[in-house]
Design a protein around this ligand. Structure first.
Ligand code: BG6
Ligand code: MG
Length: 212
């Protein structure tokens, strides 16, 4: 087999939280008088909460103190967490669970590599922790994607060298992070990418058929 492990991004790969981020950030953008739409929201994929806020604030004519930024980010996260509370195991389809089980049964180590500080809460809501040998998330890293830290750390957590791992991502920042970490990358979905990934597929259910 070409790989010994697979590192999955969470948001947009294992589950869909995009609409929750969109709703929660939209209110922030309205409050600060900055434009916000699907294109701007897409730029926030894979990027940390504070960096996402900076991207939104760059569209506002006002300036903000660190304390104001902290408040805006906290309020956004409170709204986002309320929306996440609606999630349940039904938000991870059986076909995705079957794909994870097939990959694990084939002897691959499976890990999560997410910029989100809410990853543990999301995995709990989905009842999905049991599929993974390790979870590396936004609470454990100093630099978010496109820095490779979350992926190299996830590889180390499952005892593998980066080059033995495949990253699965939906975002340009994640594809860049995988390359910077020396890893192949499978992109799911339709977001525009800065360069060709190793594989491109509709969703994670296509992964076993592609790499096993
Ligand atoms: C990533 C999302 O997984 O997590 C980004 O793709 C988000 O959109 C980032 O900004 C940080 O999320 P959180 O949950 O820590 O605010
Ligand atoms: Mg993502």
């Amino acid at each position: 087999m070409k790989y010994k492990g697979i590192i999955f991004d969470l948001d947009g790969v294992l589950c869909s939280t995009d609409r929750f981020h969109f709703e929660a950030w939209k209110q922030t953008a309205e409050e600060v008088g900055a434009p916000f739409d699907e294109t701007i929201n897409m730029k926030l994929r894979g990027v940390s909460r504070m960096e996402s806020l900076e991207i939104i604030l760059s569209g506002s004519s006002k300036t903000f103190t660190d304390a104001e930024k902290e408040r805006l980010a906290t309020e956004k996260n409170d709204r986002y967490r309320k929306l996440l509370a609606q999630m349940s195991p039904a938000d991870m389809p059986a076909a995705v669970r079957d794909a994870l089980t097939a990959l694990h049964n084939a002897g691959l180590k499976l890990a999560v590599g997410s910029s989100s500080k809410n990853a543990a809460y999301i995995l709990e809501q989905l009842d999905a922790n049991r599929y993974f040998d390790a979870v590396c998330d936004g609470t454990m890293i100093a630099h978010s994607k496109p820095d490779p830290e979350v992926f190299t750390k996830a590889a180390a957590m499952v005892g593998l060298a980066p080059e033995d791992c495949l990253v699965v991502e939906d975002a340009a920042a994640g594809l860049e992070a995988a390359r910077a970490g020396g890893m192949d990358c499978a992109i799911v979905g339709t977001a525009p990418m800065p360069f060709e990934p190793t594989y491109h597929m509709q969703d994670v259910t296509k992964l076993p058929g592609t790499i096993l």
